[in-house]
Design a protein around this ligand. Structure first.
Ligand code: SF4
Length: 146
């Protein structure tokens, strides 16, 4: 049985925990919350450290030095990170779902994740280049495919 099916999130090693990230980059997008309805909206305005074409952080190991507000996903805070997309492996396992069929741990590469439309690569704009973030609300990051 795969480790993500037989272990709880708290039982996983650091290496196992890190390998759960599918590399979609959706968590690197700016989000908006409606003041009245508290509804969450994703935008295509990406963190300044994101490589927009490759769809991943350009300096993952030192990201907190450049973006102090970046959030590290941990077993202690996963419950509160309700803004993570439904497709996120951490959210999926936390709510009792399995990893999707396109996940790199199941397929051996990121190709199926990209083909499933999960990657932000090539779909985003750097947050430093946008004027009105409300013009950048998009629905595609909410897509969740089995
Ligand atoms: S949303 Fe989840 S799976 Fe996707 S890059 Fe962020 S932490 Fe990794």
């Amino acid at each position: 049985m795969a480790f993500w099916n037989e272990k709880t999130l708290a039982q996983m090693s650091t290496e196992e925990w890190e390998s759960l990230c599918d590399g979609c980059g959706k968590c690197c997008l700016n989000k908006l919350i409606d003041d009245e309805t508290e509804e969450l909206y994703y935008t295509n305005a990406a963190c300044q450290l994101l490589d927009n074409q490759a769809g991943h952080c350009q300096n993952y190991s030192e990201r907190f030095k450049f973006v102090p507000s970046c959030t590290k996903v941990t077993v202690d805070n996963i419950e509160s990170l309700t803004w993570l997309p439904d497709s996120c492996a951490y959210r999926r396992l936390f709510v009792g779902r399995d990893l999707p069929t396109w996940h790199p741990l199941k397929t051996g590469s990121k190709q199926a994740m990209i083909l499933a439309g999960m990657s932000v690569a090539g779909k985003v704009t750097c947050e430093t280049k946008i004027r009105d973030i409300e013009d950048h609300i998009v629905l595609w990051p909410m897509k969740d495919v089995e």
